[in-house]
Design a protein around this ligand. Structure first.
Ligand code: ADP
Length: 375
């Protein structure tokens, strides 16, 4: 019988695991939040991932449970493990991806380079952190943030008064120094339960309004020390936190040439979409291989450069499909990926990747093709 992977979460990351699963002869089942989601191409159950019974029933016949997000509650994850279900990444690793304060504390314990940070629960301690860090800082809600939501640059505690007021008893916000970075990077690694680990080339990511807009692989001028340091950080975190499957480590490169860890994702990640058309093994195939404890694939680039450009929002009139013929006609080297989502301002509805020898030409093609899908 074919291997069975159960993916909790029906978004585009689950959707993009389906193609390599088909190629490898792996059956994918999806537990989607609602009908008609991106991953509904696979056999889909609809149900609440926070409900133990629902997730246990979904997990009954699969070889492994994995995820397209990090939000499955710890009690649900632990119930699965206790019932003998293979869960990758497991609850002990996901614990650190679910809460930015826990992540900071664990990274400190592992000696990883990161921005100065502190937990804060009241205005006085936030103001004193800001004063000690040059008059500005970044406040984050520890849980539930994504795409820049839950991240705010502040100059005084009053700028985060609404978040402080909303804290429950014992609740805390995370405050970090405002890092003076020259660019943002992302390091991906994959790790199997039995320990094999592979490292992808470090990439540069470009954010617009807190959302990833582009990724360039490899990060320009990263050969040598930068790639080695980033790879070592990725490996140390994957091993230190016991991550299985794909891990993405978002990094800041500072003006004084240090790398600092921003945050972690324990699943395929937007910064790795370029691997579909630019690496020998895509992150989606690699994640399946890793969680099934199959031998991992080569992470090398297929061409000197690969660039991924997100399609954000989509067209204000009509559908992505209507724009497809003209984009393909104008940019034959571009690989277009769409997620089956309705256009909506700011929403990630697809991406384009191009791989090739000349970075300027690759960027031109990828941006040009992506521009056909927005106004
Ligand atoms: P999210 O979970 O919403 O992706 P992040 O923690 O990755 O939030 O922050 C979103 C963006 O905000 C980052 O990509 C970066 O551009 C900026 N940012 C976050 N933390 C800092 C910091 N300490 N200093 C400077 N910029 C930051």
């Amino acid at each position: 019988m074919a291997l069975q992977v159960g993916i909790v979460g029906g978004g585009q990351l689950a959707r993009m695991m389906i193609a390599p699963a088909v190629e490898l002869g792996i059956d994918v089942r999806v537990l989607a939040e609602q009908d008609g989601m991106s991953a509904a191409l696979a056999a889909t159950d609809v149900g609440d991932y926070r409900d133990v019974e629902t997730v246990m029933a979904f997990a009954r016949d699969v070889d492994v449970i994995t995820f397209d997000h990090e939000h499955v509650p710890q009690d649900v994850l632990r119930a699965l493990v206790e019932a003998g279900v293979a869960v990758h990444p497991g609850p002990d690793a996901l614990f650190y991806a679910q809460d930015k304060l826990r992540m900071r504390a664990k990274l400190a314990e592992l000696g990883m380079p990161q921005p100065d940070w502190a937990p804060v629960a009241d205005a006085a301690s936030l103001d004193s952190f800001i004063a000690a860090h040059g008059g500005r800082a970044v406040v984050k809600t520890p849980r539930g943030g994504y795409d820049g939501k839950g991240v705010r640059v502040v100059a005084a505690a009053s700028d985060a008064a609404d978040w402080l007021d909303a804290l429950e008893d014992g609740g805390e916000l995370l405050v970090e120094e405002l890092v003076d970075f020259t660019r943002e990077l992302a390091q991906q690694v994959a790790r199997r339960p039995s320990g094999e680990l592979v490292v992808y080339p470090v990439v540069e990511t470009v954010q617009k309004d807190g959302v990833c807009a582009e990724a360039i692989a490899p990060a320009p001028h990263s050969a040598g020390r930068l790639a080695d340091v980033a790879g070592d950080i990725g490996e140390a975190i994957a091993v230190g936190l016991g991550v299985t499957g794909m891990l993405a480590v978002e990094l800041f490169e500072t003006t004084d040439e240090r790398l600092l860890v921003n945050e972690l994702a324990m699943r395929p990640h937007n910064s790795g979409h370029w691997t579909q058309d630019g690496a020998i093994t895509s992150q989606f195939e690699q994640h399946l291989r890793a969680v099934l404890d199959l031998p991992l694939g080569d992470t090398a680039l297929r061409a000197p450069w690969a660039v991924m450009v997100n399609i954000l929002g989509g067209p204000t009139d009509g559908t992505l499909s209507e724009r497809l013929p003209a984009a393909l006609e104008a940019h034959p080297s571009a690989k277009v990926h769409t997620y089956g989502k309705d256009p909506r301002p700011g929403r990630k509805v697809g991406h384009v990747t191009v791989a090739g020898d000349d970075l300027a030409a690759v960027c031109y093609e990828a941006r040009g093709a992506a521009s056909f899908f927005t106004d």
